[in-house]
Design a protein around this ligand. Sequence first.
Ligand SMILES: *Cc1c(COP(=O)(O)O)cnc(C)c1O
Length: 515
Amino acid sequence: MSMNTQGRITAPTKINYNVSKSFSGNKALEQATKLIFETGNFNKTGIDFPAAKGLEYRLGGLEQKKDIELPGLSEPEILRHYVRLSQKNYAIDLGVYPLGSCTMKHNPRLNEKIARLPGFADVHPLQPISTVQGALELMYELSNWLTKLCNMPAVALTPKAGAHGELCGMMTIRARLDADGNSHKRRVFVPESAHGTNPATAVQCGFFVDELPANDKGCIDMKVLRSKVNELGENNDIAGIMLTNPNTCGLFESEIIEISELIHSAGGYFYCDGANFNALVGRVRPGDLGVDAMHINLHKTFSTPHGGGGPGSGPTVLSEALKDFAPVPYVIKDKLGYYSLVEEIDEMSMGRLCAFHGQMGMYSRALSYLMSHGRDGLKQATEDAVLNANYILASLSDLMSPAYSGHCMHEVLFNDTFLKNTGIDTIDFAKAMIDEGYHPMTMYFPLVVHGAMLIEPTESESKYELDRFIHTMRGLAKKAKNGDVESFKSAPQYAPTKRLDETLAARKPILRYDA
Ligand SMILES: *Cc1c(COP(=O)(O)O)cnc(C)c1O
């Protein structure tokens, strides 16, 4: 199943499928996959049960009036359908997935084993507290690990993704400002290189965004920030800053201490976007930098599967100044070692972010990852992630064009200068990577870099895999410089579908199947 240029979902067989005229539509052992509606039959196996006799609806006229009309398929048909689809999907378990900022790293299978233990996997949020002591202990332990690694006094576990963690942090900051009678403080500084969720969150929480430009080293232009803060003076409207560190250019914000002091001196709070925490774990504690709130993407830094592979989880650590405003629920432990949940919203707490207690499956995977690595192993993983990125940088910088000089952190950023006058763009280069069996890197982000290509190898990749990847990238870069425009413009050649109009498909999706 895929989208064609009108954004309509169609069977790949209807698109130019690149099959060299087989009778079946299959290509060698690769099976053509039709839409499930075309394979299935409404009259075949039954999932639409006839209405039970004597049934009385209590839905006030909102009940289902006709059959659900899901296609009926036999068990092997349905299994094959989804297994085939899964094989069309690229995954970290298949190959290198260098998607910068997203941190696609290996999920050790030990995590899966732990997450499947019935005491963690089969608990219900409404079970009596006495029957879920182990699960609560796990959440308590996870909180301990996260607050220790960050040197922060508290963490809200419930946010269900990074962006949700940002919401948590910014709502907490707002609750503190309002409690102090500072409701006029609504200005939030956001660097222009920020992830889109940062300004979106600020606005969602009733703040307004004041954009900070970057300097030629890819970090915040301090002259601008200093003058903005000083200009506004005593009775200013500064609520805080939202800053990613390392930033989205893969660079450590070298002036972060001064930034933090400036914001605090203006009576504001420092929100750190912690999506790149995997470059710091065990080496730098955000609390030592003056951070007041930071979300941690368990699904990035602590290896729990995400994207097509699973949900997210964005625990948010909070400073002394903010911890009393944290959302409920959270786990506490009494002197006898008995765990319970604080559910009451007192007058300080900013409220509640989700119905129950968050993503239990992510908690167990993350704690399993943390405990199996240990303090030294986590530090090693961080160092290896940074080493791997710098290895790629060093191996490609003669042929491709690094966006900034010097070392990078856990991801390496190139611009499209090396493609200048070739007629080939970043997108063409990325599509050619698909033909080479690699998921493309992050493209055109961050926006401050022209034709950006952001590569994050993570620590999971061996030197063998990195060398293969580097060999491929070097080959493509040379081919581009040799002016082989046609092969780039027509890439991907080997993918079942070619270039889709992704914008149209996203803006005007036609998700209804019309027979
Ligand atoms: C991934 C990411 C986010 C958002 O996290 P989600 O879990 O996708 O909501 C925010 N900021 C940065 C820098 C990120 O890389």
